[in-house]
Design a protein around this ligand. Structure first.
Ligand code: AMP
Length: 437
């Protein structure tokens, strides 16, 4: 749910046509969110936009509604009317879902072209001449080069979502090539949670007199977010993590780690301790990533162990707690990570586990958010009581990972993910009682 604007300016008052107002109401959107109220009137006037807004602000509606309205006003049916680029596959899928939900009453056709999914199926979807294409840059470029009959020659709208990330080296080349083969005469919307120098550069390159809209102040964290740190010796970090998860048991949490491998290891370790954890990282196949996300959304697992892939863009509802198991080396990632909780006016907790080697990065974060955070009150004797069980759980997890790796090498296949993304309850669940024993 996005934050609604206080004064109830209706979608109709913003200039949205009746059919789309009805579509919004069918989705339960009573009033526009702040970014929608600010962006839509300019977009309907035909302006280019730069929107500084995070996922959860309602930014998808802010660009989708004006595009759909222009599509409805077009004098003839128009294939490949708009293209939305996103840095992650999950975000692309979420964006397409919102377009489809808003456009279901007007016969909207939408195609998603992302990596990790069969090319042929996507080519078939493109052959149906959808109105909207949502994709990641690499795969879109691939289809532009190799899929017969697919071109964006008549494109009217280009949206770059999470633009700061799209402008990273990873995507820069593909993005430049896409920009070269689409019409210059078009509307461009650029949405980003943070404004970097690169975004400014692109803004100069491809937007015309854009209107800049800011729905959230730069790098701030919301007041309903309780942020704490816990200074821990590196060798006891796992124990502190388990201690916090048990203290806060029942909450939905995301635990952020630095590498893909550590998401797998940690999720296994947590499961060995009876906690309902599931990993998500860029190393998993697309199907497994979506599967993990769905299990988390459905409440089957209440702990998502993630790399920064999941800190951006994903619309994961009601996360109560974010734990930074590894402190991000780039402080802006902290803002993205903790933005997964305390959304839409709800409260949330973010706890950062800082060891002796991460102090400098943590201090950079405090500088960026402009405040000193309070310490999480952990009782050290209680934490250390968990040591034996945590060490054993980690040993078993490492053994399991090594075993799966060996099996995979023998088979030459990729069955390791299946082993780690399935949650199996463990009879030996640690409870507060067992911890205090
Ligand atoms: P977004 O920031 O676009 O990812 O949207 C976050 C969530 O807010 C999605 O689940 C949307 O369905 C929801 N949402 C978007 N606009 C509104 C609105 N005006 N009122 C209520 N919910 C909304």
């Amino acid at each position: 749910m996005a934050d609604e604007v206080e004064e109830s300016k209706s979608f109709k008052a913003l200039g949205i046509c009746e059919q789309l107002v009805e579509a919004c109401h069918n989705l339960g959107w009573r009033n526009p969110s702040k970014i929608q109220a600010e962006a839509i009137p300019h977009a309907l006037e035909g302006k280019d936009l730069i929107g500084l807004a995070q996922t959860g602000s309602g930014k998808t509606g802010a660009f989708a509604l004006p595009i759909l309205q222009a599509l409805l006003e077009a004098t003839r049916p128009h294939a490949f009317f708009a293209c939305v680029l996103s840095p992650t596959r999950e975000l692309a899928i979420q964006i397409a879902e919102q377009f489809e939900a808003l456009g279901c009453g007007i016969g909207l056709k939408c195609a998603v072209v992302v990596g990790g999914v069969d090319h042929v199926q996507q080519a078939i979807a493109l052959a149906k001449r959808p109105h909207i294409v949502v994709g990641t840059p690499g795969r879109l470029l691939d289809h532009l080069s190799n899929t017969k009959g697919f071109s964006l020659n008549a494109l009217k709208y280009l949206v770059l979502d999470e633009a700061d990330r799209l402008l990273n080296e990873e995507f820069e080349k593909a993005l430049d090539e896409i920009l070269q083969v689409i019409p210059r005469e078009r509307k461009t919307y650029l949405f980003s949670a943070t404004m970097t120098k690169k975004v400014r550069k692109l803004q100069r390159a491809c937007l015309r007199n854009p209107v800049k809209i800011e729905a959230a102040s730069k790098y701030s964290t919301v007041d309903t977010l309780k942020q704490q740190y816990c200074f821990v010796p590196a060798k006891y970090k796992d124990c502190y993590l388990i201690y916090i998860l048990i203290e806060m048991s029942g909450k939905t949490s995301i635990v952020f780690t630095r590498t893909c491998d550590s998401t797998r290891l940690m999720a296994l370790m947590l499961r060995n301790l009876g906690l309902r954890a599931i990993p998500i990282s860029g190393q998993m196949s697309q199907a497994n990533r979506l599967g993990a996300l769905n299990k988390f959304k459905a409440g089957e697992c209440n702990i998502l162990v993630a790399t920064d892939v999941a800190s951006r863009g994903l619309d994961i509802p009601s996360v109560d707690m974010v734990i930074n198991y590894d402190i991000p080396t780039n402080s802006k990632n902290y803002i993205h990570r903790v933005g997964r909780t305390a959304r839409a006016g709800r409260s949330g907790v973010a706890i950062s586990l800082v060891n002796q080697y991460e102090l400098e990065w943590y201090m950079q974060i405090e500088k960026l958010i402009g405040k000193k955070l309070p310490e999480f009150p952990a009782v050290e004797e209680e934490v250390l009581m968990l040591m034996e069980r945590v060490t054993e759980a980690k040993r078993l997890s490492l053994m399991k990972i090594n075993e799966t790796g060996r099996k995979r090498r023998r088979k030459g296949g990729d069955d390791a993910e299946e082993d780690t993304d399935r949650y199996r309850p463990h009879p030996d669940k640690p409870s507060k009682k067992s911890k205090k024993r």
